[in-house]
Design a protein around this ligand. Structure first.
Ligand code: HEM
Length: 225
């Protein structure tokens, strides 16, 4: 029963909340759709936390996504020992980078008075949930070899069963506690998405790549000398 709630019902609730509240917030509070930078208040620790965090987590999530979307091809890719070691070791290194970066970002918000003053309770909740997510991910990668491989026979079919609206929670029900925590916390992050600064994920200013560069011009008449 509890497995059904956690792995068969909660994911839908989380996605529904993310979409519904996300759209509501976009329509009625559009200017809050950002991560509200605190770079003016502190930039050094932000650089060493934020930059590695974003590169590493994007690559880790890309691997999660590819293994979910193309399980057969992913299984073939990991079929040769050389490629398996390369991908697993890269995944672990990236995972450790995400953990260290997350600790830097948490320390920055706790230790710097100016940054801490603009940090909300939801920000703290998000940071802790992200730390739990990456720490459990690395723990799984290190302690339950070879995750990239068994992922395609357990996690992928579970996620596909959710996508096809016929949830099969058996895939996750027999998993160790830490895998269950990693899975539930992932959907907790999805639920947190519309209530937190995570919404900036869908507000990447892609138009900036193609738009003409900004010209700053005098608005008033300059004094003639
Ligand atoms: C918010 C979404 C998620 C984030 C941020 C995340 C993060 C991570 C990180 C940082 C790692 C360690 C790096 C690695 O070895 O690849 C990892 C590994 C792993 N994650 Fe996730 N994860 C997410 C969602 C999920 C979900 C929904 C599942 C399903 C149970 C899952 C299953 C796994 C598995 C099996 C591993 C071990 C992979 C291996 O040994 O190579 N993850 N995750």
């Amino acid at each position: 029963m509890i497995d059904m709630i956690l792995f068969g019902v909660f994911p839908y609730v989380a996605v529904a909340l993310a979409v519904a509240v996300g759209i509501y917030r976009y329509c009625f509070d559009r200017y809050s759709y950002s991560s509200q930078s605190s770079q003016f208040l502190e930039s050094r620790a932000l650089f060493w936390g934020s930059v590695p965090w974003h590169y590493a987590i994007l690559l880790v999530l890309l691997a999660h996504l590819l293994a979910f979307l193309f399980p057969a091809a992913w299984g073939t890719l990991l079929g040769a020992p050389g490629r398996l070691y390369l991908l697993e070791v890269s995944g672990m290194v990236l995972g450790v980078v995400t953990c260290i970066a997350m600790l830097v970002l948490i320390f920055r918000r706790a230790a710097n008075d100016r940054v801490s003053a603009v940090t909300t309770r939801v920000d703290w909740l998000l940071l802790v949930a992200l730390l739990v997510q990456v720490a459990t991910g690395v723990f799984i990668a290190i302690s339950m070899r070879w995750g990239g491989f068994w992922y395609v026979h357990t996690v992928s079919p579970w996620l596909w069963s959710l996508v096809s609206f016929s949830p099969n929670v058996d895939y996750l029900a027999s998993m160790p506690f830490v895998v269950k925590l990693h899975a539930v916390n992932a959907f907790f992050l999805v639920a947190l998405f519309p209530f937190s600064r995570l919404v900036h994920v869908v507000s990447i200013p892609l138009a900036y790549i193609a738009r003409p560069y900004q010209l700053v011009v005098w608005y008033r008449q300059r004094k003639q000398v």
